[in-house]
Design a protein around this ligand. Structure first.
Ligand code: FMN
Length: 159
């Protein structure tokens, strides 16, 4: 089964999980990169990131063209931003109009908003089959536990 893990990560938490998931099931992996860089420090990070979600921004992706249709399963990973998914994921969804795929979702967050984030993601991706979703609370703070959790989830997805 061919699987793609596609994710955005500002601080490395979602990246940490994406790498574990991709490694566990030998999936291809793409990190979404934007031409506009979000601040990574302090108040600015929350302000500009939050504003970007609220204004429905779709920052320009600088990745090479993504051949999503080659894959049977697409695993999408995002940090929760303001109770939603991060704007680069919005760009990805808008640019590629994915349909007819098995989709699994994962999110990193600081303690809340994953449910809302997942339900918004599902709404934004009509015409796909959602097979699983899982969230992680600041996974880099607990790397061993979360790495195991990510690997187990990935194995169950591959069945
Ligand atoms: C702009 C912004 C908004 C956020 N909003 C939420 C939120 O609504 N709920 C939450 O639990 N965490 C929120 N967080 C925290 C991140 O989801 C959390 O730190 C996550 O692990 C970051 O993932 P990353 O390291 O892959 O970027 C927010 C962080 C940023 C930068």
């Amino acid at each position: 089964m061919s699987t793609l893990v596609v994710y955005f990560s500002l601080d490395g938490n979602t990246k940490f999980i994406a790498e574990k998931v991709a490694e566990t099931i030998s999936a291809d992996m793409i990190e979404l990169k934007t031409s506009k860089k979000y601040p990574t420090e302090g108040f600015k990070k929350y302000f500009w990131g939050g504003k970007s979600v609220i204004f429905g921004e779709k920052p320009k992706l600088i990745n090479e063209r993504i051949d999503w249709n080659r894959y049977e399963t697409i695993i999408i990973g995002t940090p929760v931003w303001a109770g939603s998914f991060s704007p680069p994921i919005k760009s990805f969804i808008s640019e590629y109009k994915i349909y007819g795929k098995r989709i699994a979702l994962f999110a990193s967050h600081g303690g809340g908003g994953a449910e809302k984030c997942f339900s918004k993601l599902k709404k934004a991706l009509p015409g796909n089959e959602f097979v699983s979703e899982i969230d992680f609370v600041e996974p880099k703070k607990n790397p061993e536990e979360n790495s195991l959790k990510a690997a187990r989830w990935a194995e169950h997805l591959a069945i």
